[in-house]
Design a protein around this ligand. Structure first.
Ligand SMILES: *Cc1c(COP(=O)(O)O)cnc(C)c1O
Length: 506
């Protein structure tokens, strides 16, 4: 097979996948079914499709096909994956063992509470640990992802305004550097999103914020959604003042907690005055993600909103009088003004087990060190590549766990070319073209689990690419060179995805 530009597919990084499905031979097979113990009855004719055109292959051929396909994926287990905002940290295998424990794996979601005490205790303990770590009053583990946690949080804000006299409160302020889920969530929850600009230092423009919350405007303010550190990788130094301004105008503050990896054990968002926040257990708390989940977006709430949390949540109480149980008893309970369920049963339970195992393995000090190393790694990497990959916002300040650069290589080279060329060097590209306020954005998040050697190698690749951009830009323009397919038409791939094997199709 050749790549788009004619180069041979001989990358040492990505083994080629022979098209085994084309090696189908009539009568070849890999499954032997036992003889049925009953008389065979033909299926009704209208249920039978005559020519299915399925490939006929041996078991070994099928195993090799799928194993090799899996090896063509980039993954944290195989490569450095500095995808900004996504926190692609290494996922300890111990967590997998915990999640695969029989008692967790095989318990039935409809089992009565007395038969699920271990599961409920784990949920309770995880809720308590997350509350301690973030300084919030309440926690619900229902959210299946960050975006769902956001939606739940915004519905809680709406419910609280409605319970008061805040029916008119429909405006939600969102910094222009926000993750795309923020305005989407806010709109879905029935609010109107209003963008607040960022200053040259990457911080929220305080004059604009005051303007949008003053006088008559305060009456229609529902609140604000804000990420700290923001997607520029910078700590929002005015956060306490921002929260005060919103509260004074009668609004509530949603914290997007997806960037908690910079703050564990260092700052408690609950103490800063946030009213509600989600945590991405599949980012900060090391559950594997990518490829669509499953994830978990735990929802944390302060005094103002804890009663509105989605439920049920796990609670602990004394054993009922006369019961056989010796220790405390765990139950499921709906918070008093709960917005209801946002997910069937108890959220993505196996993700909760992994997050709990991660927290208990690291302990309080370990979590703090994880955040310290995440920040150190990002600053180290940023310093190594600064010459070619400058950070336009907050360039004089240290970054948090990620940094957002705006490369300007000349020669008609765009960030997409750099990203594609990185694949040839064996690295997953960072997040590109986000946040939208950074021209040609290139957002790298190395995470705490990467060694100095890996960061050095990545910086060396970025340096080599900058040199190539100067001397042989076409190398970048045509990259990647060693993958089975070269540049994809990403719009067409999204609009017309080929999701089905069709014999003989390209
Ligand atoms: C990942 C992310 C989200 C959304 O989380 P999902 O689990 O992907 O839904 C929201 N905000 C920020 C800043 C993120 O990085």
């Amino acid at each position: 097979m050749t790549t788009q530009n004619g180069a041979l597919d001989n990358s040492p990084l990505i083994p080629p996948v022979p098209l085994l499905f084309e090696e189908s031979a009539p009568g070849r097979g890999g499954v032997r079914l036992p003889k049925p113990g009953v008389d065979e009855t033909p299926l009704p004719a209208d249920l039978v499709r005559p020519a299915l055109d399925l490939p006929e292959l041996s078991e070994a051929q099928v195993v090799r096909h799928f194993t090799r396909l899996s090896q063509r994926n980039f993954s944290v287990d195989a490569q450095f994956y500095p995808l900004g905002s996504c926190t692609m940290k290494y996922n300890p295998k111990l967590n997998e063992e915990a999640a695969a424990e029989e008692g967790f794996r095989r318990s039935h979601p409809l089992a009565p509470e007395e038969y699920a005490q271990g599961n409920l205790e784990l949920m309770y303990r995880l809720q308590e640990d997350l509350k301690k770590l973030t300084g919030f009053e309440g926690c619900s583990l229902q959210g299946a992802a960050g975006a769902q946690g956001e939606l739940a949080g915004m519905l809680m804000i709406r419910a609280r305004h409605r319970a008061g006299s805040g029916d008119l409160r429909n405006r939600v302020l969102i910094p222009d550097s926000a993750h795309g889920t923020n305005p989407a969530t806010c709109t879905k929850a029935g609010f109107t999103a209003e963008s607040i600009p960022s200053g040259a230092d990457g911080a929220v423009d305080m004059d604009a914020l005051r303007e949008s919350t003053a006088g008559e405007k305060a009456k229609t303010l529902a609140g604000m959604m804000i990420t700290n550190p923001g997607t520029l990788g910078l700590f929002e130094r005015n956060i306490a003042e921002i929260i005060r301004i919103i509260h004074n105008a009668g609004g509530l503050v949603y914290g997007d907690g997806a960037n908690m990896n910079a703050l564990m054990g260092i700052i408690k968002p609950g103490d800063l005055g946030f009213d509600v926040m989600h945590l991405n257990l599949h980012k900060t708390f090391s559950t594997p993600h990518g490829g669509g989940g499953p994830g978990a977006g735990a929802i944390m709430a302060g005094k103002t909103l804890a009663a509105f949390l989605p439920g049920p949540v796990a609670v602990r109480g004394p054993a009922a009088a006369g019961s056989a149980a010796a220790g405390p008893v765990y139950r499921l309970e709906k918070p008093p003004s709960s917005i209801g369920r946002v997910k069937t049963f108890y959220g993505n339970f196996s993700v909760l087990v992994r997050a709990y195992a991660y927290i208990r393995t690291l302990g309080a000090r370990g979590l703090r060190r994880a955040s310290e190393y995440a920040v150190l790694n990002a600053n180290y990497l940023r310093a190594l590549v600064e010459d070619h990959y400058p950070t336009p916002f907050g360039s004089k300040r240290p970054c948090m766990h990620e940094f957002t650069s705006s490369p300007n290589m000349g020669n008609g080279i765009h960030t997409i070319d750099i990203a594609k060329r990185l694949i040839d060097y064996g690295f997953h590209p960072p997040t590109v073209y986000f946040p939208l306020i950074v021209k040609e954005a290139f957002m790298a998040e190395p995470t705490e689990t990467e060694t100095k050697e890996t960061l050095d190698a990545f910086a060396a690749a970025l340096g080599a690419i900058a040199e190539e951009a100067r001397t042989s830009p076409e190398l970048l323009k045509n990259a990647p060179h060693f993958t089975p397919v070269g540049r994809l038409d990403e719009t067409a791939a999204a609009r017309n995805p080929a999701l089905r094997y069709v014999p003989g199709a390209e």
